[in-house]
Design a protein around this ligand. Structure first.
Ligand code: PLP
Length: 400
């Protein structure tokens, strides 16, 4: 008996539960864990046919494993992509995408406010490969247009951006990329496919750190690239197969199960974050737009957020003035954990300027809006009243 066949008419929650299922001869209902480095062939003829891509099937877990395929099928179904390939981490997925698709002499334009390590790869690694790099303001369409050159092959954006929650217009940048013979790749980590489908808006690829909301419980690292089959199953898969930044079957199994509760979790993350953002926005100590959240009318791109996303996400930022005040607030929190991660079931708090973005030059931080007073909150699944009370008492403690 095989699992139910997926239907195109299914909504995201049903797809996340019923796509990418596998069932062995044992008949298990929850997918089995395939911890094996290689797979045996019935004959040398079969081995030859598998290696020649004449027969589908598993070969070796660096590039084929049922747990990886199951996770990839589920990711493709959620993003509405033709195909997906998994990676050992989000950075493995993103750096592999760059190295698989760009060559010496090519040019890439990225938004300045990308995840810290992506900016480091763009500044330090790509130029050593002879790839030209330009960083522009995410929300400034004219700056993107001005940065395009005849050798531009890729535009890369992250929206909403870490940690500033600035947004970029996916449809407009997809159009700009295609008008100039380039592709658009979107880091969809903050929104997840539940809240934002960049491929439907014209992007060619979405890239993921599965470490965040896709796992959702802070257990494992993982990554994925989803989108056009000619890119994903072509050069990106070939890069994985040969260079080996492979996801472990165990992590793929955890992530595959994590996706089953993604829609439900995101609904709660969204709901709680909006409620907390609205409450803190009215707090006397945070008046004058010191709460940044795409769901607040005071967010500079609130209209774009409403157009491009279904829900505003679980992350919000507070501008607390200076580092001393930010630290006093963080030290007073009784529920939120201080960690550099995000997208966990537990509420997490981060001081980006001295942790995730500590290695950036002060000018680069200023240009990206990462001040010493900025605190990023990843709102978890706790009772929202408990979180709100905790943030309010920490603000009082900060004010002294
Ligand atoms: C965490 C993160 C990454 C990198 O993912 P890892 O799994 O930590 O390698 C990339 N982009 C964004 C937006 C992230 O938050």
């Amino acid at each position: 008996m095989s699992p139910k066949s997926p239907s195109d008419s299914w909504g995201p929650a049903t797809r996340a539960l019923h796509t990418g299922q596998r069932r062995s001869a044992e008949g298990e209902n929850s997918i089995a864990l395939y911890l094996t480095s290689s797979f045996a062939f019935e004959s040398p003829e079969q081995a030859r046919a598998r290696f020649a891509d004449e027969e589908p099937g598993n070969i070796y877990s660096r590039f084929t494993n049922p747990n990886l395929s199951a996770f990839e099928e589920r990711m493709a179904a959620l993003e509405g992509g033709e195909d997906a390939v998994s990676f050992a981490s989000g950075m493995a997925a993103i750096s592999s995408t760059f190295l698989a698709l760009l060559s010496a002499g090519d040019h890439i334009v990225l938004s300045r406010s990308v995840f810290g390590s992506i900016a480091n790869v763009a500044r330090d690694v790509l130029p050593r490969m002879g790839i030209e790099v330009d960083l522009v303001s995410l929300s400034d369409l004219e700056a993107w247009r001005a940065a395009i050159k005849p050798n531009t092959k890729m535009l890369f954006m992250e929206t909403p951006a870490n940690p500033t929650l600035e947004m970029g217009d996916i449809a407009a940048l997809a159009q700009l990329a295609h008008d100039n013979g380039a592709i658009l790749a979107v880091d969809n980590v903050f929104a997840t496919p539940v809240m934002q489908q960049p491929l439907a808006l014209g992007a060619d690829l979405t890239v993921h750190s599965a470490t965040k909301y896709l796992d959702g419980q802070g257990r494992v690292l993982g990554g994925a690239v989803v989108g056009r089959k000619d890119l994903v199953r072509g050069p990106i898969y070939s890069y994985l197969r040969n260079c080996g930044p492979t996801l472990s079957p165990f992590n793929a199994w955890v992530l595959h199960k994590g996706l089953e509760t993604l829609a439900l979790r995101m609904e709660r993350h969204n709901h709680s974050a909006l409620q907390i953002a609205q409450a803190l926005d009215c707090h006397a100590l945070l008046s004058g737009g010191k709460v940044r959240y795409p769901g607040l009318p005071s967010h500079a791109q609130h209209e774009l957020a409403k157009r491009q996303m279904q829900g505003f996400g679980g992350l919000l930022c507070l501008e607390l003035g200076d580092r001393e005040r930010a630290y006093r607030f963080l030290n007073a929190l009784t529920i939120a954990q201080i960690t550099a991660n995000l997208g966990d079931s537990r509420t997490l708090a981060t001081h980006p300027a001295t942790t995730t973005h500590a290695k950036w030059k002060e000018e680069a931080r200023q240009a990206a809006g990462i001040t010493q007073g900025l605190v990023r909150l990843s709102i978890g699944l706790e009772d929202v009243a408990d979180l709100q009370a905790d943030f309010e008492q920490a603000l009082e403690a900060m004010a002294g």
